[in-house]
Design a protein around this ligand. Structure first.
Ligand SMILES: [Zn+2]
Length: 85
């Protein structure tokens, strides 16, 4: 019979993430605002998930839409550009 292994779990202190768009109502999600949107994409152009970005569902959804819109207008890359040889 296996002994119940009880590991001491270290309490990891994570900064409580709060949706920055909810905090600052003057911040707007806008496809033209590439500098803001860039916070929510990786260097490879992927959208950062909500659990990492800390946005609320409503704003994450807006960001996703705006990023896709910006991509369509080529303001943000779909993928990272490969180095050309
Ligand atoms: Zn929010």
């Amino acid at each position: 019979m296996a002994l119940p292994t009880r590991r001491k779990r270290k309490t990891v202190f994570r900064r409580r993430k709060v949706c920055r768009f909810c905090v600052d109502s003057s911040l707007r999600v806008d496809y033209k605002d590439v500098n803001t949107l860039r916070h929510f994409i990786t260097e490879r152009g992927k959208i950062i998930p909500r659990r990492i970005s800390g946005n609320c569902a409503r704003h994450q959804r807006q960001i996703t839409t705006e990023i896709k819109r910006a991509r369509h207008l080529a303001l943000i890359p779909y993928t990272a550009t490969l180095p050309q040889d």
